[in-house]
Write a protein that binds this ligand. Structure first.
Ligand SMILES: Cc1cc2nc3c(=O)[nH]c(=O)nc-3n(C[C@H](O)[C@H](O)[C@H](O)COP(=O)(O)OP(=O)(O)OC[C@H]3O[C@@H](n4cnc5c(N)ncnc54)[C@H](O)[C@@H]3O)c2cc1C
Length: 85
């Protein structure tokens, strides 16, 4: 859950950083361009976000074909994460 949460926080941060920089955010001369590319590895490496959600769903007793929406699932996952901190 920590990996899933942190990778998605980094996505939001990197995405906003590129947006704030405008065109410069896509140029190699600026670090934000690399941050934006690098964050994708966190989404994919060592278990993609989709697979992480399936693993967490199994741990909380929901099946992989759960009828929970992604938003409901995020709320459950993140509240479990907050409780575990
Ligand atoms: C630069 C890099 C470094 C890596 N380093 C490591 C490492 O150090 N250790 C390691 O173990 N692995 C590493 N990997 C491998 C990485 O964990 C895999 O790429 C990842 O598990 C996805 O597998 P895949 O590429 O075969 O994609 P697929 O399994 O083919 O997945 C493709 C897409 O489909 C989605 N998907 C697949 N199955 C489901 C499903 N049942 N439900 C919903 N969505 C699904 C995935 O989330 C993904 O978005 C690395 C990959 C890269 C690119």
């Amino acid at each position: 859950m920590g990996k899933l949460y942190c990778s998605e926080v980094m996505y939001r941060c990197a995405n906003h950083a590129v947006q704030l920089h405008g065109g410069y955010g896509l140029m190699k001369e600026y670090d934000v361009e690399r941050f934006y590319r690098d964050q994708k590895l966190l989404d994919i490496g060592e278990g993609t976000s989709e697979i992480q959600r399936i693993v967490i769903a199994r741990h909380i007793g929901a099946s992989a074909s759960s009828e929970l929406s992604e938003t409901q699932f995020d709320v459950i996952g993140y509240s479990l994460l907050v409780k575990s901190l």
